[in-house]
Design a protein around this ligand. Sequence first.
Ligand code: AP5
Length: 212
Amino acid sequence: MKIILLGPPGAGKGTQAEFLSAHFNIPAISTGAMARDAVRDKTELGLKTMRYTKNGGLLPDEVVIDLIRERIGQDDCRNGFILDGFPRTLPQAQALDKIGIEIDKVLSLEVSDSDIIERLGGRRECVTCHSTYHIIYNKPKTPGVCDKCGGRLEPRADDKPETVKKRLLVYHALTEQLKAYYKESGKLVTAKGQEKVADTVREVFKALGVEI
Ligand code: AP5
Protein backbone atom coordinates (compact mmCIF):
# COMPACT_ATOMS: atom_id res chain seq x y z
CA MET A 1 0.00 0.00 0.00
CA LYS A 2 1.43 3.38 -0.99
CA ILE A 3 -0.65 6.18 0.46
CA ILE A 4 -0.41 9.96 0.41
CA LEU A 5 -2.10 11.90 3.21
CA LEU A 6 -3.30 15.36 2.24
CA GLY A 7 -4.95 17.92 4.46
CA PRO A 8 -4.44 21.24 6.19
CA PRO A 9 -1.99 21.63 9.09
CA GLY A 10 -3.44 19.91 12.13
CA ALA A 11 -6.02 17.90 10.16
CA GLY A 12 -4.75 14.75 11.86
CA LYS A 13 -2.43 13.39 9.15
CA GLY A 14 0.26 12.37 11.62
CA THR A 15 -2.31 10.80 13.97
CA GLN A 16 -3.88 8.74 11.16
CA ALA A 17 -0.45 7.88 9.72
CA GLU A 18 0.39 6.11 13.01
CA PHE A 19 -2.74 3.91 12.74
CA LEU A 20 -2.16 3.15 9.07
CA SER A 21 1.50 2.38 9.66
CA ALA A 22 0.62 -0.10 12.42
CA HIS A 23 -2.16 -1.70 10.36
CA PHE A 24 -0.17 -2.19 7.15
CA ASN A 25 3.22 -2.55 8.83
CA ILE A 26 4.76 0.07 6.57
CA PRO A 27 6.64 3.24 7.55
CA ALA A 28 4.95 6.60 7.94
CA ILE A 29 7.19 9.24 6.43
CA SER A 30 6.68 12.83 7.55
CA THR A 31 8.75 15.50 5.85
CA GLY A 32 7.82 17.86 8.69
CA ALA A 33 9.20 15.43 11.30
CA MET A 34 12.37 14.98 9.22
CA ALA A 35 12.80 18.75 9.15
CA ARG A 36 12.21 19.04 12.93
CA ASP A 37 14.75 16.27 13.61
CA ALA A 38 17.28 18.11 11.49
CA VAL A 39 16.66 21.35 13.41
CA ARG A 40 16.88 19.53 16.78
CA ASP A 41 20.14 17.82 15.77
CA LYS A 42 21.51 21.05 14.25
CA THR A 43 22.47 19.29 11.01
CA GLU A 44 23.29 21.17 7.83
CA LEU A 45 19.72 20.52 6.64
CA GLY A 46 18.39 21.79 9.97
CA LEU A 47 20.26 25.06 9.71
CA LYS A 48 19.00 25.46 6.15
CA THR A 49 15.36 24.66 6.98
CA MET A 50 14.81 26.32 10.35
CA ARG A 51 14.00 29.73 8.90
CA TYR A 52 11.23 28.26 6.73
CA THR A 53 9.53 25.97 9.27
CA LYS A 54 9.67 28.46 12.15
CA ASN A 55 7.52 31.05 10.37
CA GLY A 56 5.13 28.60 8.72
CA GLY A 57 6.52 28.79 5.18
CA LEU A 58 7.42 25.80 3.00
CA LEU A 59 10.89 24.38 2.48
CA PRO A 60 12.26 24.70 -1.06
CA ASP A 61 10.82 21.99 -3.34
CA GLU A 62 14.23 20.61 -4.32
CA VAL A 63 15.20 20.06 -0.67
CA VAL A 64 12.11 17.96 0.19
CA ILE A 65 12.10 16.14 -3.15
CA ASP A 66 15.69 14.96 -2.51
CA LEU A 67 14.77 13.93 1.05
CA ILE A 68 11.80 11.87 -0.15
CA ARG A 69 13.63 10.30 -3.09
CA GLU A 70 16.30 9.06 -0.70
CA ARG A 71 13.85 7.92 2.00
CA ILE A 72 11.46 5.92 -0.19
CA GLY A 73 14.42 4.18 -1.78
CA GLN A 74 15.28 2.57 1.56
CA ASP A 75 14.66 -1.11 2.28
CA ASP A 76 11.79 -0.67 4.74
CA CYS A 77 9.72 1.01 2.01
CA ARG A 78 9.72 -2.02 -0.29
CA ASN A 79 6.20 -3.08 0.77
CA GLY A 80 4.79 0.41 0.83
CA PHE A 81 4.77 3.65 2.79
CA ILE A 82 2.58 6.48 3.96
CA LEU A 83 3.59 9.96 2.92
CA ASP A 84 2.47 12.52 5.51
CA GLY A 85 3.03 16.08 4.32
CA PHE A 86 4.49 15.29 0.90
CA PRO A 87 3.74 16.34 -1.79
CA ARG A 88 2.66 19.84 -0.82
CA THR A 89 3.07 21.69 -4.12
CA LEU A 90 2.41 20.87 -7.76
CA PRO A 91 6.16 20.61 -8.58
CA GLN A 92 6.54 18.12 -5.68
CA ALA A 93 3.63 15.99 -6.99
CA GLN A 94 5.10 16.05 -10.49
CA ALA A 95 8.55 15.11 -9.15
CA LEU A 96 6.99 12.14 -7.30
CA ASP A 97 5.33 11.01 -10.55
CA LYS A 98 8.72 11.18 -12.27
CA ILE A 99 10.32 8.91 -9.66
CA GLY A 100 7.99 6.29 -11.16
CA ILE A 101 6.49 4.76 -8.01
CA GLU A 102 2.79 3.98 -8.40
CA ILE A 103 0.75 5.53 -5.57
CA ASP A 104 -2.40 3.54 -4.64
CA LYS A 105 -4.51 6.13 -2.82
CA VAL A 106 -4.44 9.78 -1.87
CA LEU A 107 -6.49 10.45 1.23
CA SER A 108 -7.58 14.00 1.99
CA LEU A 109 -8.60 14.73 5.59
CA GLU A 110 -11.18 17.50 5.74
CA VAL A 111 -11.23 19.84 8.77
CA SER A 112 -12.38 23.49 8.98
CA ASP A 113 -9.85 26.27 9.59
CA SER A 114 -11.52 27.30 12.86
CA ASP A 115 -11.27 23.78 14.30
CA ILE A 116 -7.63 23.62 13.33
CA ILE A 117 -6.64 26.80 15.15
CA GLU A 118 -8.32 25.50 18.33
CA ARG A 119 -6.83 22.02 17.94
CA LEU A 120 -3.22 23.00 17.40
CA GLY A 121 -3.16 25.06 20.59
CA GLY A 122 -3.54 21.77 22.50
CA ARG A 123 -1.22 19.57 20.48
CA ARG A 124 1.80 17.99 22.16
CA GLU A 125 4.47 16.10 20.23
CA CYS A 126 7.06 13.62 21.46
CA VAL A 127 10.50 15.17 20.88
CA THR A 128 11.95 11.66 20.41
CA CYS A 129 9.53 9.59 18.28
CA HIS A 130 7.14 12.35 17.07
CA SER A 131 3.97 10.61 18.31
CA THR A 132 1.19 13.15 18.55
CA TYR A 133 -1.17 13.83 21.46
CA HIS A 134 -3.73 16.43 22.44
CA ILE A 135 -4.34 17.79 25.92
CA ILE A 136 -8.11 17.20 25.53
CA TYR A 137 -8.81 14.93 22.52
CA ASN A 138 -5.94 12.46 22.65
CA LYS A 139 -4.36 12.48 26.11
CA PRO A 140 -1.21 10.54 27.00
CA LYS A 141 -1.49 8.19 30.00
CA THR A 142 0.93 10.38 31.97
CA PRO A 143 0.81 14.12 31.25
CA GLY A 144 3.93 15.27 29.40
CA VAL A 145 5.25 11.74 28.73
CA CYS A 146 4.99 9.75 25.48
CA ASP A 147 3.04 6.48 25.89
CA LYS A 148 5.17 4.80 23.23
CA CYS A 149 8.76 5.68 24.10
CA GLY A 150 8.67 7.65 27.36
CA GLY A 151 9.98 10.75 25.54
CA ARG A 152 9.15 14.32 26.57
CA LEU A 153 5.98 15.87 25.09
CA GLU A 154 6.20 19.51 24.00
CA PRO A 155 4.14 22.02 22.03
CA ARG A 156 5.53 22.51 18.52
CA ALA A 157 7.32 25.77 17.74
CA ASP A 158 5.08 26.33 14.69
CA ASP A 159 1.78 25.88 16.59
CA LYS A 160 1.56 29.49 17.78
CA PRO A 161 -1.77 30.99 16.51
CA GLU A 162 -0.07 33.49 14.16
CA THR A 163 2.10 30.78 12.61
CA VAL A 164 -0.88 28.43 12.26
CA LYS A 165 -2.77 31.16 10.35
CA LYS A 166 0.20 31.53 7.99
CA ARG A 167 0.39 27.74 7.50
CA LEU A 168 -3.32 27.66 6.64
CA LEU A 169 -2.81 30.41 4.06
CA VAL A 170 0.07 28.45 2.53
CA TYR A 171 -2.09 25.29 2.51
CA HIS A 172 -4.98 26.99 0.68
CA ALA A 173 -2.64 28.73 -1.79
CA LEU A 174 -0.28 25.87 -2.68
CA THR A 175 -1.39 22.47 -1.39
CA GLU A 176 -5.18 22.33 -1.68
CA GLN A 177 -4.94 22.26 -5.50
CA LEU A 178 -3.39 18.79 -5.23
CA LYS A 179 -6.85 17.40 -4.50
CA ALA A 180 -7.87 18.25 -8.08
CA TYR A 181 -4.56 16.85 -9.37
CA TYR A 182 -5.16 13.46 -7.76
CA LYS A 183 -8.92 13.47 -8.44
CA GLU A 184 -8.06 13.54 -12.12
CA SER A 185 -6.01 10.37 -11.77
CA GLY A 186 -8.86 8.67 -9.83
CA LYS A 187 -6.76 8.23 -6.68
CA LEU A 188 -8.38 10.78 -4.39
CA VAL A 189 -10.56 9.70 -1.49
CA THR A 190 -11.73 11.92 1.37
CA ALA A 191 -12.56 11.47 5.04
CA LYS A 192 -13.97 13.82 7.65
CA GLY A 193 -11.28 14.69 10.16
CA GLN A 194 -13.57 16.54 12.57
CA GLU A 195 -14.84 13.45 14.35
CA LYS A 196 -13.30 11.99 17.50
CA VAL A 197 -9.95 10.34 16.76
CA ALA A 198 -11.43 6.79 16.86
CA ASP A 199 -14.29 7.82 14.53
CA THR A 200 -11.87 9.46 12.14
CA VAL A 201 -9.84 6.23 12.08
CA ARG A 202 -12.99 4.35 10.98
CA GLU A 203 -13.73 7.00 8.31
CA VAL A 204 -10.18 6.77 7.00
CA PHE A 205 -10.13 2.98 6.66
CA LYS A 206 -13.59 3.05 5.07
CA ALA A 207 -12.45 5.66 2.55
CA LEU A 208 -9.46 3.49 1.71
CA GLY A 209 -11.74 0.46 1.28
CA VAL A 210 -10.01 -1.47 4.07
CA GLU A 211 -11.93 -3.50 6.65
CA ILE A 212 -10.85 -3.20 10.29
P1 AP5 B 1 4.26 19.06 9.03
O1 AP5 B 1 4.91 18.48 10.23
O2 AP5 B 1 3.96 18.17 7.88
O3 AP5 B 1 2.99 19.87 9.50
P2 AP5 B 1 1.53 20.02 8.88
O4 AP5 B 1 1.23 19.44 7.55
O5 AP5 B 1 1.29 21.47 9.02
O6 AP5 B 1 0.68 19.09 9.70
P3 AP5 B 1 0.77 18.92 11.20
O7 AP5 B 1 1.87 17.98 11.57
O8 AP5 B 1 0.75 20.27 11.87
O9 AP5 B 1 -0.65 18.28 11.53
P4 AP5 B 1 -1.24 16.87 11.21
O10 AP5 B 1 -2.21 16.97 10.08
O11 AP5 B 1 -0.18 15.81 11.14
O12 AP5 B 1 -2.11 16.70 12.53
P5 AP5 B 1 -1.84 15.86 13.86
O13 AP5 B 1 -2.05 14.41 13.61
O14 AP5 B 1 -0.56 16.28 14.50
O15 AP5 B 1 5.16 20.24 8.44
C1 AP5 B 1 5.74 21.23 9.27
C2 AP5 B 1 6.55 22.21 8.43
O16 AP5 B 1 7.60 21.50 7.72
C3 AP5 B 1 5.76 22.91 7.31
O17 AP5 B 1 5.10 24.05 7.77
C4 AP5 B 1 6.89 23.24 6.31
O18 AP5 B 1 7.61 24.35 6.71
C5 AP5 B 1 7.80 22.01 6.39
N1 AP5 B 1 7.44 20.98 5.40
C6 AP5 B 1 6.97 19.72 5.67
N2 AP5 B 1 6.72 19.06 4.53
C7 AP5 B 1 7.04 19.90 3.51
C8 AP5 B 1 6.96 19.78 2.10
N3 AP5 B 1 6.53 18.66 1.50
N4 AP5 B 1 7.35 20.85 1.34
C9 AP5 B 1 7.80 21.98 1.92
N5 AP5 B 1 7.88 22.16 3.26
C10 AP5 B 1 7.50 21.13 4.05
O19 AP5 B 1 -3.08 16.36 14.73
C11 AP5 B 1 -3.13 17.71 15.20
C12 AP5 B 1 -3.70 17.72 16.63
O20 AP5 B 1 -5.06 17.35 16.61
C13 AP5 B 1 -3.00 16.73 17.58
O21 AP5 B 1 -2.92 17.32 18.84
C14 AP5 B 1 -3.93 15.52 17.58
O22 AP5 B 1 -3.85 14.79 18.78
C15 AP5 B 1 -5.27 16.17 17.39
N6 AP5 B 1 -6.21 15.36 16.61
C16 AP5 B 1 -5.91 14.55 15.56
N7 AP5 B 1 -7.03 13.99 15.07
C17 AP5 B 1 -8.06 14.49 15.82
C18 AP5 B 1 -9.47 14.29 15.79
N8 AP5 B 1 -10.06 13.49 14.90
N9 AP5 B 1 -10.20 14.97 16.70
C19 AP5 B 1 -9.64 15.79 17.61
N10 AP5 B 1 -8.31 15.99 17.70
C20 AP5 B 1 -7.52 15.35 16.81
